[in-house]
Design a binder for this molecule. Structure first.
Ligand code: AHG
Ligand code: MN
Ligand code: MN
Length: 347
């Protein structure tokens, strides 16, 4: 039996707390290919998540206090939370020294990070700093999604667009933070998925979900059914099928929260192409690739509604969008059958 397995068992038996930092360092030791700088980068993402969490939790309070207009008591502008989250992640990652560029859903162009020694900054980060922003004002869960790539451009100069325009299969890490009833950070480096819950009393993310494997089947489906009439025939047929089988419809409107449920309880998440968004709405780089990476690592399937594997989709521009169907293996397989039967694109 591997020493790691015995140690995990012992920790579970004695309820030993394993912090995110400890876990990252341990993973680095166990995986010779992972570097110290990669560990530091993951740790910095954890720090930024804690800062954003603090702000998400007091967002309601700021509203209740009714600070007039958009200024707070010290006269600063009260920022929209998605802008705040964006700035905090950019700030933390820029100072980390490990990142040569950041691409965010909130910025039109990628942001090169200046460094005295560019050769040390080997990674680029892609992110949706605040996912589900329509939920912010009503106290419903929001999240952050991130992905990490190794740069491709020469490391003696600034980052280039080729560093970001890499397929999902090239990602070296991906994860999400869920700011919910508790705050969780779930991530993968391609070696399984682990989840950490923020313990506010010690201010640390603690390992709470080891080696997450999602159910092979489920009975939740998550889709904005309000757009039903705007979906292609095959999607309407599949949604009818879910309804026929009395699957439960759950749709929070924050991909992170909806996927999180599916990850633990099984189900399927759909954001098909609609007449308004013929290519889908969700962003390949900031939302689809990282979530697909996690879902696959947890034993699920992620494809587009045209049945391409999300992780292998070609990417040509930072804000490219895609349709998406991801979740429990058996449910995605059923959805695929409907596309094959009723779809007009696939022969
Ligand atoms: P964001 O808040 O980052 O713009 O993302 C919202 C996304 C996704 O999280 C969610 O599943 C979807 O948009 C909701 O869109 P609809 O309101 O069109 O259903
Ligand atoms: Mn989003
Ligand atoms: Mn967002």
């Amino acid at each position: 039996v591997k020493t790691g397995v015995l140690r995990d068992l012992r920790e579970k038996m004695f309820n030993k707390i394993v912090t995110l930092d400890e876990f990252i360092i341990r993973s680095e030791k166990e995986n010779p290919s992972s570097s110290g700088s990669f560990s530091r980068l993951l740790r910095d993402i954890g720090i930024a998540a804690k800062i954003v969490n603090r702000e998400v939790n007091k967002a309601g309070l700021v509203n209740i206090l009714g600070v007039e207009g958009s200024t707070n008591s010290t006269g600063d502008d009260v920022q929209k939370l998605d802008i705040f989250a964006n700035e905090k992640f950019i700030e933390t990652l820029s100072y980390s020294g490990e990142v040569c560029g950041i691409a965010s859903e909130e910025n039109q162009e990628f942001i090169p990070v200046k460094s005295n020694d560019t050769s040390k900054a080997q990674y680029v980060v892609v992110m949706d700093p605040l996912d589900g922003s329509s939920n912010i004002d009503v106290n419903v869960s929001v999240g952050t999604i991130f992905g990490v790539y190794k740069r491709k451009s020469p490391d003696n100069g600034p980052c280039k667009s080729e560093d970001f325009l890499q397929k999902g299969t090239e990602m070296v890490a991906a994860g999400y933070v869920l700011y919910g009833t508790s705050t969780l950070l779930v991530y993968t480096t391609g070696n399984g998925v682990n989840g950490f819950t923020l313990d506010p009393s010690i201010g640390e993310f603690c390992l709470s979900h080891r080696n997450i494997q999602m159910p092979k089947a489920g009975n939740y489906y998550s889709v904005n059914q309000g757009y039903y009439l705007k979906f292609d025939l095959e999607m309407r047929r599949y949604i009818d099928h879910c309804s026929d089988l009395n699957y439960r419809l759950r749709y929070i409107g924050s991909m992170v929260s909806d996927i999180h449920r599916i990850m633990f309880q099984g189900g399927i998440f759909l954001y098909p192409n609609t007449r308004k968004y013929p290519k889908g709405k969700l962003r390949l780089l900031y939302e689809c690739y990282p979530m697909a990476f996690l879902i696959e690592q947890a034993g699920g399937t992620a494809m587009t509604c045209k049945l391409e594997r999300v992780m292998e989709m070609e990417i040509h521009s930072l804000h490219q969008t895609s349709s998406i169907a991801m979740g429990s293996r058996d449910m995605v397989r059923d959805m695929k059958e409907f596309v094959e039967k009723y779809g007009t694109v696939i022969k």
